[in-house]
Ligand binder design. Sequence first.
Ligand code: FAD
Length: 524
Amino acid sequence: MIEKEVVLKPEEAFNEEEVLAVIQKKLGLKSTQDFRISKRSIDARSKEVKVRIKVDISQNEPFPARINYKIEDLPEVHNARQSAIIIGAGPAGLFSALRLIELGWKPIILERGKDVRSRRRDLADINKKHIVNSESNYCFGEGGAGTYSDGKLYTRSKKRGDIYRILEILVAHGAKEDIMIDAHPHIGTNKLPKIIQNIRETILAHGGEVHFDTKVTGFKVEKHELKSVSTASGHEFKADAFILATGHSARDIFYLLHENKILIEAKPFALGVRVEHPQQIIDKIQYKCEERGPYLPASSYSLVHQTYFENKQRGVFSFCMCPGGFIVPAATESGEIVVNGMSPSRRDSRFANSGIVAAIELEDMVDFEKFGSLKGLELQKSIEQNACKIGGNNQTAPAQRLVDFTQGKISRDLPDTSYQPGLFSARMDEVLPPFITERLKTAFKAYGEKMKGYFTNDAVVVGVESRTSSPVRIPRDKETLEHTETKRLFPCGEGAGYAGGIVSAAMDGERCAEKVVEIYQNKK
Ligand SMILES: Cc1cc2nc3c(=O)[nH]c(=O)nc-3n(C[C@H](O)[C@H](O)[C@H](O)COP(=O)(O)OP(=O)(O)OC[C@H]3O[C@@H](n4cnc5c(N)ncnc54)[C@H](O)[C@@H]3O)c2cc1C
């Protein structure tokens, strides 16, 4: 197999019917069967946007299968001798269940929220009626926080092997094979639910269990060993091991661990706002043209700037950028405002939004010191509640035009937005503490230098982007991944502090499942 790169115009590269013929001609090959695309990325560095495509050219040998994961190869675990309870059906929980099945164990998933379809009604309620269901929302329910999201599938993790495995499993469950070749793959909020449902069907068909509306509210620990968990409806579940994958928003789980004297620690996280520009402004900056035309995808950006406030240096960075997307209300309780972003697979909304957040270190939490390991969580909660109180105790989010924000001026009016519950004009420096607003102001001006046209009053900042990562870590042994003090408990995924995003949470789920089996196989 020989690898070659071809550089195409967007109208050639994104024309599904023509692209193979164009590559064949450029490479002087006899047939479109002689090569296969292995990577695709957009290069917008020069004036003319190009698409770089890598292809593998066959030297008369067959192409290796792109998807090696085969659902039908999974064993049957209905009557497996050993089982593990998985708390939470987010990417970490679902991928740990699939891996347990592969290894011959029976996974039993307990999920507080509803199945992925029923979740939709609760999302409509929060968007249209401002009603927050604390068990079913943008963070809770089948598929976890990642289901109604952009479905971006990139991670900063360098373990490519594992990433490809996660992508393969997603393709085996219905994702397009394009995610295997795109430099920045994404699935889209309209496609993810069906893939999540297919994963659940695989788990059930092979003998796993999935219990919805089943919230874990109790841990029974004896002699430093987790024996069982109990649920809100009074059921007790026992197993050989417990994978705790409840995500960064399950505050009741953090409180419960704390009350049960199961060790948790405060952890640095990041908090800020979501900024929304007309997509056309971002396209104009990134693609250096008035209109991006019918072939180029909505453009994105990634920004970081180091800021100084009271002699402390903290990074301010873009987070979960959603080109052609929507800002969504991601609160998990009434009385709080939390925003996040998502986009459909076509990324065709008129707006580009991104979290812009400042890093918060433990030393920034001094006012919350009395809460000990829960200090970050309480800081995060107080800001979300303040945002809600200022706005009148519903899901209308505080907002300010971007330049007005940096000048401390209330905006007389606000631009159009994708945020369905609506915006109200507020001073963000009354919503957020100074150690965050001052840093954001500095960073936005610096971003304007890097991307000419970004720093404009046509953009709006919306508060608050607070659920970037967990403010709590559940400590685990580096090797065994088991809780440092409580045996048979495996803290997993984003909530425990070991992942940030769909792919890394899924990878951590797999790793926890492997460790469970390695340590407790044949041990009762
Ligand atoms: C709107 C939005 C958009 C996002 N977009 C992207 C993106 O494009 N790309 C990306 O990589 N990441 C994105 N993220 C982040 C991503 O979703 C998370 O990093 C990922 O879902 C973390 O996976 P997890 O399995 O660790 O936890 P979660 O996905 O948070 O799953 C935890 C699960 O545990 C359940 N649970 C909680 N408490 C209990 C309990 N007591 N009993 C039983 N079950 C419980 C919850 O209901 C939930 O289903 C987005 C997040 C949001 C909210």
